[in-house]
Design a protein around this ligand. Structure first.
Ligand SMILES: C[S@@+](CC[C@H](N)C(=O)[O-])C[C@H]1O[C@@H](n2cnc3c(N)ncnc32)[C@H](O)[C@@H]1O
Length: 299
């Protein structure tokens, strides 16, 4: 009997149910719909359509990969983030909805900078797919960004994503160990650095542990290595009135705040994600107010 959309959906639901996946029906719709390029509505209305043999093979291979715990969007090769469809590659983290909280937190600062000085230079440390920087650039036409990563594979994916969204003239990918190869000063520094404690990586879900790159996860013994490096050097690269926005682990608000206070920053905001976890901290230089007052007095 020929394979139809409905029969393939049922095949995947059954396979995932037998393997105790949480939401087999939803996963089947996303995978089959994604691989056939059909919206959820079309998927439902065309359930009786016969599927071509090459597509059937692709879907069956996708089911096998999912049973091996590969995340759905890695199988599909792309994930939506803040309205942008971003390609993924082996060395990019799959961008998470929680990270959209950082974009939301930084957008008013990007817009305010443009209103104040007519432009906004953004530095995204650990850019991965380019998610944070590209989301900000797509929302504010006057902004330009540099995406930094240690991974060449991530940087070529970020550049391809910039190209796909018509942002390549405002986005530059730089291979660097954090600030090592960076010069100039920026109005906005953003980062979602690796922040998982090394010792708990083995206990993470297989979807994360086996498929997200270790370089994107491992934050050292306390999960704080990258924050320490960024805090120690950020002032050199930040405009006087610039701000730094950081994603953090749910239990890192106090420790990351202290690290930045010790380096002369003050926290101006913290935000929770949609799940209610502490997720984003925003800092500026503690002497920013004094610097502004001195400049005003000098005018
Ligand atoms: C948690 S991922 C974030 C990716 C992306 N910004 C996002 O939010 O989806 C951390 C990123 O930092 C990069 N990274 C890790 N160590 C680095 C280093 N020493 N210098 C530059 N980037 C680094 C990783 O390759 C990874 O892309």
């Amino acid at each position: 009997m020929a394979d139809t959309i409905d029969s393939l959906l049922a095949e995947m639901r059954t396979a995932l149910r037998q393997a105790d996946f949480e939401d087999p029906a939803q996963e089947a719709r996303i995978l089959v719909g994604g691989l056939l390029g059909l919206t959820p509505t079309k998927l439902m209305s065309r359930g009786g359509d016969v599927v071509a043999a090459d597509k059937v093979a692709l879907i069956r291979a996708g089911i096998a990969r999912r049973l091996a715990r590969e995340p759905l969007h890695r199988i599909l090769g792309a994930r939506d983030f803040y309205g942008l469809t971003l390609s993924l590659s082996p060395e990019t983290l799959e961008p998470r909805p929680d990270t959209e909280t950082l974009v939301e937190a930084m957008l008013p600062h990007v817009r305010a900078t443009v209103a104040r000085v007519g432009q906004c230079r953004i530095l995204d440390l650990g850019t991965g797919t380019g998610a944070i920087c590209l989301a900000l650039l797509s929302a504010v036409a006057e902004a330009k960004g540099v995406g930094v990563d240690l991974s060449k594979d991530a940087l070529s994916t970020a550049s391809a994503n910039a190209q796909a969204h018509g942002l390549s003239d405002r986005f530059r990918a730089v291979q660097s160990d954090w600030f090592e190869k960076i010069d100039g000063r920026y109005h906005i520094i953003v980062s979602n650095p690796p922040y998982i404690r090394s010792e708990i990586i083995d206990a993470l879900d297989p979807e994360v542990r086996l498929f997200d790159p270790l370089l994107a996860l491992d934050g050292g013994a306390e999960g704080l290595d990258a924050y320490r490096i960024i805090a120690a050097r950020a002032a050199v690269f930040l405009e006087d009135e610039g701000v730094i926005g950081l994603e953090i682990g749910f239990d890192q608000k106090d420790s990351v705040t202290q690290i930045f206070r010790d380096e002369g920053f003050e926290r101006t905001a913290f935000l929770r994600d949609l799940g209610g976890n502490d997720r984003v901290l925003v800092f500026r230089r503690a002497d920013a107010g004094a610097a502004r007052a001195m400049r005003t007095a000098a005018c």
